[in-house]
Design a protein around this ligand. Structure first.
Ligand code: COA
Ligand code: ZN
Length: 314
């Protein structure tokens, strides 16, 4: 699609809700997805195919997926930790499966209870499973690398390890690679080093970035990744988020602020900023106890603000 310059992907319904103890009613999740799609967000990670015993928030994963798939033009994605998750997604006809493994050995063991090599082998099996589907029922498969920029168990993660696992997932058949700063350790210089190294190895395979704003470096990291040529970013409305299996994890970068920054830079996202800000009300009403971030929501749009599209047309 060339009417947008950067793809922004909402992950709040997955990353934002997985750490939240209160169940968000299914109808509110659907209202959030519908409103955000109507605001112009084209890709939403709507849920996670993990055992509901482990994360009860996703007990309604099947219903949420089915209803999201009914929204025209929306790319519906979901997180998977293993083949069982992939099978659930395939049965539903989800558009994209976001497989997750960690570059940190310790976090991979805590999060998905596997050695990293076992996760890579799982991923290869999942790719086979996906490729065996009839055309038209074949989702895209993203290879996600958590804790790629730091780990709250291990600290710094060697760049060579990120490159190694990115390459293994690419060789196994990933349609795209996602590099994630799960616990918000990264800074722009590190982002440049890691993304440049990974991109040099995976060639033209699409790459996306997933940042958390735990230490206030989130949007600066987006700027650094943009400089490297990254054109797909995860974010969550109002900055919800965090991994329940990583100590000290907090929210993703704020979707509303990300969209404003990109648009302000002249990069079209397809998102209507005013409409996006209104979606926050759905979240606030459904989860009054959740902490919501957002500079744009606090400060409002600049006077006489012209959207990237309008400036381009002028
Ligand atoms: N969806 C639903 N059920 C699943 C499942 C999935 N994706 N994967 C496994 N199960 C079920 C199995 O069928 C089995 O059920 P049973 O007890 O009724 O027989 C049970 O869960 C245990 O299966 P097992 O393969 O032994 O899994 P595990 O207990 O070793 O857990 C993971 C491994 C990967 C499923 C689990 O660690 C996980 O979901 N981790 C992801 C955590 C997460 O979401 N982190 C935040 C996002 S980064
Ligand atoms: Zn995350």
């Amino acid at each position: 699609m060339n009417d947008i310059d950067v793809t922004v992907r909402e992950v709040g319904l997955r990353d934002g809700l997985q750490i939240h103890p209160t169940f968000m009613p299914t109808e509110s999740k659907i209202a959030w997805i519908e409103a955000e799609a109507a605001a112009g967000v084209r890709e939403i990670e709507v849920t996670s195919y993990v055992p509901p015993k482990l994360i009860p928030q996703f007990v309604d994963a099947e219903e949420v997926t089915r209803r999201a798939l009914a929204i025209p033009g929306l790319t519906v994605t979901a997180l998977i930790p293993n083949s069982k998750g992939a099978e659930r997604g395939l049965a539903l006809g989800v558009h994209k499966l976001n497989f997750v493994m960690s570059v940190s050995k310790t976090h991979n063991l805590k999060n998905v209870r596997r050695e990293r090599e076992e996760s890579v082998a799982d991923f290869a099996r999942i790719v086979e499973l996906v490729r065996a589907q009839p055309e038209g029922r074949r989702p895209r498969i993203a290879g996600g690398l958590s804790t790629a920029l730091g780990c709250s168990f291990e600290g710094r993660i060697p760049v060579a390890d990120v490159v190694k696992y990115a390459l293994l997932l690419a060789e196994a058949g990933a349609d795209e690679i996602m590099v994630a700063d799960t616990v918000g350790y990264a800074d722009p210089a590190q982002v440049r080093a890691v993304f440049k190294a990974v991109m040099a190895e995976i060639g033209s395979l699409p790459i996306g970035a997933h940042f958390h704003d735990t230490r206030g470096t989130g949007l600066a990291n987006v700027g650094a990744a943009l400089d490297c040529g990254v054109r797909a970013f995860d974010a969550s409305l109002a900055g919800l988020g965090g991994c329940p299996f990583a100590p000290g994890a907090t929210g993703n970068i704020v979707m509303d602020d990300l969209c404003f920054m990109l648009d302000s830079m002249g990069l079209r996202t397809g998102v209507d900023l005013e409409k996006l800000l209104e979606v926050r009300r759905i979240v606030r009403e459904a989860l009054p106890d959740i902490e919501m971030q957002g500079a744009l929501a606090r400060a409002g749009l600049p006077r006489n603000y012209l959207r990237a599209e309008e400036r381009r047309a002028a």
